[in-house]
Design a protein around this ligand. Structure first.
Ligand SMILES: C[S@@+](CC[C@H](N)C(=O)[O-])C[C@H]1O[C@@H](n2cnc3c(N)ncnc32)[C@H](O)[C@@H]1O
Length: 255
């Protein structure tokens, strides 16, 4: 088999069904395979939070200003700690393939690629064109490629990746469980899945305000049992959960 010349070629070789390999546009430095499904013919109006993800303004300030500020408030952790935890949770190493679903401007994708070697590959996947243009500009690398599409319909065959993650995005999606099912489908047996999403936490008096603010801008809250139960029902094992303020991290292994 031919050795791909670039990370983008390597990611193209993973697209499924195979016709996407020729039809995907690369005009902006990422593989664009997004096609609205028939169900999207009358899409719901996006929430405030989801709409913001599609703006050049947020894409521009996201990695350096918005994320460090908002997520350190939400989690009490620095971005550096979150990145290290991601590598540990995913048990990432060597020539593995990792899929970073809802990668935004690639702020985790490039970091994940840095621990890979040889034919290892980190694929960042997102729906937002402004975010992916920033990802290509700011977070490219020898083992990084970006793909545009909908997390509810991942354009990869079953068991393609050794590790799959989704940080800071399930709460924005109209159907986060479809995305989780897809992430599980493309994960190889023995592979690791890690997600970070919302949790209606904080001191008792603050909690209703957290939930109300989430509802207002379109951030869904996941209770303590929701994701561990979902992972267990999907047959995942070694399910672990860490809760930090208004955020939860859940990881598991595909049996
Ligand atoms: C807050 S950013 C998260 C970026 C990065 N993962 C992080 O933790 O900082 C959320 C991202 O989710 C993406 N997103 C939302 N719904 C999506 C979907 N259905 N499919 C793919 N990406 C989606 C948005 O475009 C946005 O870039």
């Amino acid at each position: 088999m031919r050795t791909p010349a670039t990370a983008l070629d390597a990611a193209r070789d993973l697209l499924y069904p195979a016709q996407l390999r020729t039809s995907a546009s690369t005009a902006h430095g990422y593989l664009d395979v997004f096609a609205p499904s028939e169900d999207d013919s009358a899409p719901d109006r996006p929430t405030i939070a989801a709409a913001a993800m599609n703006t050049h303004a947020l894409a521009t300030v996201y990695e350096r200003a918005w994320r460090p500020f908002a997520f350190s408030l939400a989690t009490g952790l620095t971005t550096a700690t979150e990145r290290r935890n991601a590598v540990t949770d995913l048990r990432l190493r060597g020539e593995q393939r990792v899929l970073d679903v809802a990668c935004g401007p690639g702020n985790f994708t490039r970091y994940l690629s840095d621990v890979l070697t040889g034919a290892g590959l980190a694929v960042g996947f997102d729906l937002s064109e402004p975010m992916l243009r920033r990802a290509v500009a700011d977070n490219s690398g020898a083992r990084v490629a970006y793909v545009r599409g909908d997390a509810g319909r991942l354009p990869f065959a079953d068991e393609t990746f050794d590790a799959v993650c989704c940080f800071g995005a399930l709460y924005l999606m109209p159907d986060p469980f479809a995305a989780i099912d897809e992430m599980t489908r493309v994960l190889a047996p023995g592979g690791r899945i890690a997600v970070m999403t919302s949790y209606p936490g904080g001191p008792g008096v603050v909690r209703p305000a957290v939930v109300a603010a989430g509802n207002l801008v379109g951030v869904r809250m996941f209770d303590r049992d929701c994701l561990p139960q979902r992972f267990t029902d999907a047959g995942l094992v070694e399910v672990e959960q860490r809760i930090r303020r208004v955020v939860q991290y859940v990881n598991a292994t595909k049996a």
